[in-house]
Design a protein around this ligand. Structure first.
Ligand SMILES: *Cc1c(COP(=O)(O)O)cnc(C)c1O
Length: 436
């Protein structure tokens, strides 16, 4: 341990040596899992490098475009690159999608028409889709419900796996046209699904109903494993560029990868039936999208290293954490910590904000965020607004007081942030000195 570092923690962050030692000793037990994440990074790095070689990416593919964007080679090449990396026939990578929710919306409407039914087989989808589906009596213009498209869901089993027997039983309903699978835990306590679990479900479903399409919400899952849902039978796989595949550099946008047929339909929703994928310009350079994808496996592995350290540290402090630090397989980049009361939860998120490189002097408070059904507090002192591949924490203000901490561009930052967070919680009386 560098002497100067201990002094720096104390002088700049008011972190005592006892906290530094506590976090360091937690890290000592994690060498094996850290090595595993490193290996996964190597695998995905090699995969992306080989795809970039095959696509013959050149600096001309970073050139911006203006106006309609006809013949935008940078945009079209990025589509080709994502298709290769995700092992899919086709892809759309677009800055015109404001978020992954927007892309998921377009995917839903590209498949479903009035009279059809959407079936989620992983319980309730992520909160931002509530109004798109028309849950909780929302029947807003533009929702599936407004357009007379029904929705059903099958809950996950108690152990977090897909209840395939119930799914197969409900498939006798011929109105069901699209299956929705969410890979990540989102704002819930369930475990994330592995791609092999998703594969098994898709095989079973398509054996019974080969006519059905499968849409996977892949947010937070990219490059945590060797395979992506698009390689195991998903017709459409969706994610955000300000999460994993943007590597912390992509400034906006979302991607959809999938079969040629399904992507063709999504392209119509993206713009219009006549224009499809041929239009859409981007007046800034495309290089952050390419470079971000290239960096993504490394950044994801840094986050996963940080996730297990966070789990170990908070578990040692007596909190419940999901997944546990001993969990061998991680299929998303979220670490959940359960706090004891609203005060503590808010203090934690405020501490995360104070440990951020941007807006560290700003204090977040719970607010009614558009798209969410409860008050939410969000710590996001990020370079790219709201980017959750950067260190951030979200918490819906409701029992059981869960904070979802995710991202972190470097392991070193996550580790320093943990020390700052512990010092803050200690100062506010939530953690006692006797714990370390
Ligand atoms: C973040 C997220 C979304 C929504 O993505 P946005 O880009 O914020 O719209 C959907 N599903 C899951 C599982 C997510 O993590």
């Amino acid at each position: 341990m560098l002497n100067n570092l201990t002094n720096l923690y104390k002088d700049c962050f008011n972190v005592d040596e006892s906290i530094v030692e506590f976090v360091n000793s937690a890290q000592n037990g994690l060498t094996a899992s850290h090595l595993k994440f490193q290996e996964m990074a190597e695998y995905n790095q090699a995969k992306i490098l080989s795809c970039m070689r095959e696509c013959k990416i050149g600096s001309r593919h970073f050139a911006p475009s203006t106006g309609y964007g006809y013949g935008d080679d940078s945009r079209d090449k990025l589509d080709e690159l994502f298709a290769r990396v995700f092992g899919s026939e086709d892809a759309l990578v677009r800055t015109q999608w404001a978020s992954a929710t927007h892309a998921l919306h377009d995917c839903l409407f590209s498949v479903l028409k009035s009279g059809d039914c959407l079936l989620s087989i992983t319980g309730k989808p992520y909160d931002t889709l509530d109004k798109t589906i028309g849950l909780n009596d929302y029947s807003d213009k533009g929702s599936l419900k407004f357009w007379d498209i029904a929705y059903k869901q099958i809950e996950l089993k108690d152990n977090g796996s897909i209840d395939i027997d119930s799914v197969l039983a409900i498939l006798d309903d011929r109105k069901i046209r699209l299956i929705f699978i969410q890979r990540s835990r989102g704002y819930s306590l369930r475990p994330s699904l592995t791609v092999s679990q998703i594969k098994q479900a898709i095989e079973n479903i398509k054996f019974k109903r080969p006519d059905l399409k499968v849409l996977v919400d892949n947010c937070y899952g990219e490059f945590t494993g060797e395979m992506e849902p698009s390689q195991v039978g998903a017709d459409l796989t969706v994610g955000s560029l300000i999460k994993n595949p943007g590597g912390g550099l992509a400034p906006t946008g979302a991607y959809v990868v999938g079969t040629k047929e399904s992507i063709g339909h999504v392209a119509i929703m993206l713009t219009t039936p006549g224009l499809g994928r041929e239009v859409g310009s981007y007046a800034a350079t495309y290089s952050p999208f390419y470079q971000g994808l290239f960096l993504a496996p490394h950044v994801v592995s840094e986050v996963l290293k940080g996730n297990v350290l966070t789990a170990k540290v908070f578990k040692s402090l007596g909190y419940r954490v999901f997944p546990d630090c001993s969990e061998a397989v991680r299929s998303d980049i979220i670490q959940t910590i359960q706090f004891r009361c609203e005060d503590e939860l808010v203090a934690f998120c405020q501490a995360v904000q104070s440990a951020s490189p941007v807006d560290s002097h700003v204090t977040p408070y719970p607010w009614d965020m558009p798209g969410y059904s409860h008050k939410v507090i969000m710590a996001a002192g990020t370079f790219v607004q709201g980017a959750s591949i950067e260190l951030s924490a979200d918490a819906p203000i409701k029992e059981p007081y869960l904070a979802f901490m995710q991202g972190g561009l470097t392991f070193a930052h996550i580790k320093t942030a943990l020390m700052i967070i512990i010092a803050c919680l200690k100062e506010r009386g939530h953690i006692s000195e006797t714990l370390f």
